[in-house]
Design a protein around this ligand. Structure first.
Ligand SMILES: C[S@@+](CC[C@H](N)C(=O)[O-])C[C@H]1O[C@@H](n2cnc3c(N)ncnc32)[C@H](O)[C@@H]1O
Length: 342
């Protein structure tokens, strides 16, 4: 068989597969592989058909062979990642999609698949929607309001404060939040926070403002000044996906900034801090409590912590991501237990 005939056979297989005639396509791909067992395009076609008809272990086996032969092919890596995901081999899917994203950092489709593999279950927003009625905070501080989606979860009786230099609210709130159109630094420098709250402490806070490590760390520290033992501090974007989507400067659509370093820095400064990263999509949610009394201690070490962690990179974190972030599963019962409510 000439190379040309083989190419025609594979092309016809692809045409049949695109038309939904998967059995006939599979026969042609197999036929082509009988002619030349090393034809990667025929194997790719067969693997794709196997994936479509639900033969996930077979798709995974084929995809593994073709990505070994050609480790830098985006298309082959995508098939491999998909097959691993459907075959419920989450760790393999994560490794493959990360490898793909290292080669093609703008591939948002692959990043979405990586999220499915890494962080299954309800999103951070659904988790916030569960936490508000569970904790019923009388006072709430939110840093980073944007359209008001997360702020709108505060109940009608809650005294809610929103902080954002450029909010673009387009939702209806349950109560009447007090929105301060300033940066978080200006807010903490200028405002009498207990007077605004009507009590010395907040019950719940959510950090979702500027997504740089040093700013999110400062936001966390500033909040601890008004924390009681029961106060819960939530922090978005604590569980990053891959190197390109957790840089300080944004280059990708799905992006978490380098906020994850806040978790590492806090755990370094206060080894027994009551802080976990919940593995919720798209990029994790930090949850801290018992943070009263930490303000002086952390504030005194702010510059040192920024210096120590600023240049840590994703590869360092990936050596022991769950350990370094003290990660817990995205499981409501596990979260309740962590909150002492289970
Ligand atoms: C991801 S959005 C917040 C989304 C919102 N929490 C939600 O889930 O619906 C981030 C917001 O942080 C705001 N922001 C940026 N820098 C800030 C700062 N220094 N202090 C407070 N907010 C800031 C931006 O204007 C933007 O609206």
């Amino acid at each position: 068989m000439t190379a040309e005939l083989l190419t025609d056979k594979v092309a016809e297989g692809n045409r049949l597969a695109a038309a939904g005639n998967l059995d006939a396509a599979a026969k042609l791909f197999l036929d082509a592989l009988n002619d030349d067992g090393t034809d990667l395009e025929a194997a790719y076609g067969l693997g794709t058909v196997a994936l479509h008809i639900g033969e996930y272990p077979r798709a995974l086996e084929i995809a593994g062979l073709i990505t070994s032969a050609q480790p830098n092919s985006i298309k082959y890596l995508h098939l491999h990642g998909e097959a691993a995901l459907y075959a419920k081999r989450a760790e393999e899917a994560v490794a493959i999609f990360r490898r793909l994203l290292a080669l093609d950092p703008d591939n948002e489709d692959a990043r979405k698949r990586l999220i499915s593999a890494m962080l299954p279950g309800e999103s951070y927003y659904h988790l916030l929607a569960r936490l508000h009625p569970l904790l019923r905070p009388a006072t709430y501080i939110e840093i980073g309001v944007d359209r008001g989606r997360s702020l709108s979860l505060a109940g009608p009786e809650c005294r809610a404060i929103g902080i954002d230099p450029a909010p673009v609210v387009d939702v209806d709130f349950q109560g009447t939040p007090d929105i301060h159109t300033v940066t978080s630094d200006a807010f903490f420098a200028e405002q009498d926070v207990p007077a605004l709250l009507g009590q010395p402490h907040f019950d719940l806070a959510f950090i979702d403002g500027l997504h740089t490590f040093d700013q999110a760390l400062k936001d966390f520290i500033n909040l601890t000044e008004y924390a009681a033992p029961h106060s819960v501090i939530l922090m978005h974007d604590c569980y990053p996906l891959d190197a390109a989507s957790c840089t300080r400067d944004r280059t990708t659509n799905i992006w978490s900034g380098d906020v994850w370093k806040v978790v590492c820095a806090l755990r370094f400064a206060v080894p027994d801090i009551d802080l976990v990263a919940i593995k919720t999509p798209p990029t994790g949610l930090g949850l801290a409590k018992n943070c009263d009394g930490l303000y002086e201690r952390l504030n005194a070490r702010y510059n040192e912590l920024v210096e120590t962690f600023r240049d840590r990179d994703f590869d360092w974190l990936a050596e022991d991501m769950d350990g370094r972030l003290n990660a817990i599963p995205n499981d409501w019962q596990a979260i309740l237990r962590h909150l002492g409510e289970g």
